[in-house]
Design a protein around this ligand. Structure first.
Ligand SMILES: Nc1nc2c(ncn2[C@@H]2O[C@H](COP(=O)(O)OP(=O)(O)O)[C@@H](O)[C@H]2O)c(=O)[nH]1
Ligand SMILES: [Mg+2]
Length: 256
């Protein structure tokens, strides 16, 4: 069971649909389903197998509680916990090998309120294996400042989902050239390279921040290393799925 988490527009929904197709096309013996946990999304390019919108309709929440779209999104996210048994029943009916979970457009709704971690622990009932894949949007990480802000977010997400292994993905790499991809991946592996790319005035701050962040990842048993992916060019899906399989293979209990 893998949760895709990232800032609005980082590519979560697209990757959810694409990785399911990738897994099923490449490995016909593996069954995979998608679960949409974004109650506010209007159009999805994939057809989710299980959909929170069957239980919660944003417009109805707005009407019923006289809320605007932002307030209704927060409430709708919180209300998801009322339908966990229904979601579990649907999952049981599919009994899949893998579940790819698409989360709310705005990551704070899922990651920073109580709902997300609660859902992840409740749906991860029994010995179902879970992972979080955090998306770094290529549009925002080309400069050290943007990179480090996203890294801070990734670290907070890892901190919120402490017991769950996290994989970090650089999404939409078709928007970058090879040198830029190498540079950013290098930053994620070697914070000194990040410091070297930073201007003199900010070097000290970047050094301190990156050391702290790296410590968060290490303490929680993961790494900040980025996997470059593009759904547009079908790039990196194999590598990402390989990482996910390794997380789950390291534990011999049943996984979803
Ligand atoms: N260039 C490019 N655009 C992408 C890629 N993946 C998603 N997008 C675009 O990014 C936008 C947001 O994607 P979406 O999956 O809805 O993001 P979400 O808000 O995180 O679910 C859409 O316009 C997608 O077409 C990619 O690999 N490359
Ligand atoms: Mg989405």
């Amino acid at each position: 069971m893998n949760y895709f988490i990232g800032t609005a527009g980082s590519g979560k929904s697209t990757l959810t649909g694409e990785i399911k197709d990738y897994v099923e096309n490449r490995n016909p013996e593996i069954s995979a389903i998608t679960l949409n946990l974004d109650p506010g999304v209007r159009v999805l390019l994939y057809q989710p197998d299980i959909d929170i919108r069957d239980y919660i309709v944003l417009e109805e929440v707005m009407d019923q509680y006289s809320l605007g779209p932002n307030g209704a999104m927060i409430l709708a996210s919180d209300l998801m916990v009322n339908y966990l048994d229904d979601l579990k029943d649907e999952i049981d009916e599919y009994n899949p090998d893998w579940i790819f979970v698409d989360t709310a457009g705005q990551l704070e709704l899922f990651a920073f309120r109580e709902t997300g971690p609660l859902i992840a622990s409740t749906l991860g009932f029994g010995s179902i294996q879970r992972a979080v894949t955090f998306l770094f949007d290529s549009n925002f990480v080309l400069r050290p400042n943007g990179f480090i802000s996203t890294l801070l977010l990734a670290a907070s997400v890892q901190f919120r989902f402490k017991n769950i292994s996290q994989i970090n993905v650089l999404s939409k790499v078709d928007l970058l050239d090879e040198d830029q991809i190498d540079m950013i991946v290098n930053w994620s592996q070697d914070f000194r390279a990040l410091e070297d790319s930073t201007n003199e005035r900010e070097k000290g701050l970047i050094r301190e921040l990156s050391m702290l962040i790296s410590e968060v990842f290490i303490q929680l048993g993961s790494t900040s290393e980025l996997i470059p992916c593009s759904t547009k060019e079908e790039k990196g899906l194999e590598l990402l799925f390989g990482y996910l399989q390794r997380i789950f293979d390291s534990d011999n209990s049943k996984f979803y």
